[in-house]
Design a protein around this ligand. Structure first.
Ligand code: 6GU
Length: 226
């Protein structure tokens, strides 16, 4: 899979791309992630990418020209273009699954007070990562990229994400490691029993209990992945 991210703040991605699972996924060629500075596509003599909005009121607005040119340059017939905006569809695990099967994604990070409305026409999907406002789409694009890359076959063990929270509308069951007794808090006996059927049953019950107390909305909707 290839992911191209369009941003006016490429430096924000440094740590993200060079750490842990994402770093390894890139090194092992499970995914090719490229960060593109929108400014490079600006035809303005001063490499401007934004200007005042017509009608006044708002601050700086991202101009269409550099973003249209960047998408024209990077897009092919297998590309899905995603626009990061708080006005988009709320991101959920089922969208991550769908996107992890795509060949090529372009993520456009909006910024400042907004982007020119005409940029919307470039997008196959508009995505928001939740009901709050970020200063820009960069963090949101990293959230999306992270959640997609870990689902690509081979990046992590399949078992690790088959049991993820939100699969089957359930939160994850609790896990424990050494020691068996930590400050009087004990690992449940069943996990030490070696009895696989009982362990499976215990985990199913705990996942349901956890979901009932913390996220009853997931059980009520019946809508896969909320
Ligand atoms: Cl995708 N962008 C911005 N700027 N704010 C957000 C968001 C995206 N998702 C939630 N808040």
């Amino acid at each position: 899979m290839k992911i191209d991210i369009l941003t006016i703040f490429p430096e924000m991605f440094q740590g993200f791309l060079t750490t842990s699972i994402i770093k390894r996924a890139v090194e092992k060629n499970f995914v090719d992630i490229k960060i593109h500075d929108i400014r490079k596509y600006s035809k303005d003599p001063h490499k401007k990418v934004d200007d005042y909005g017509y009608g006044g009121g708002r601050g700086m607005v991202l101009m269409p020209q550099p973003i249209f040119d960047a998408v024209d340059d990077l897009k092919d017939k297998n590309t899905k273009v995603i626009l990061m905006t708080p006005q988009g569809k709320t991101y959920k695990q089922n969208i991550a699954y769908d996107l992890s099967k795509e060949k090529h994604l372009i993520l456009i990070c909006g910024h400042y007070e907004g982007f020119d409305e005409r940029i919307r026409i470039l997008a196959d999907i508009e995505i928001s990562i939740g009901d709050y406002v970020l200063t820009g789409g960069e963090l949101a694009s990293m959230v999306i990229t992270d959640s997609i890359v870990r689902l690509i076959d081979g990046v992590i063990e399949k078992e690790s994400h088959l049991n993820d929270s939100f699969n089957n509308n359930l939160l994850d069951y609790p896990v424990y490691t050494k020691p068996v007794d930590f400050r009087g808090m004990k690992v449940p006996d069943v996990l030490l029993s070696g009895h696989h059927a009982n362990i499976k049953k215990y985990r199913e019950q705990e996942a349901i209990k956890k979901t009932q107390t913390r996220r009853p909305d997931l059980l009520e909707t019946g809508d896969k992945n909320g």
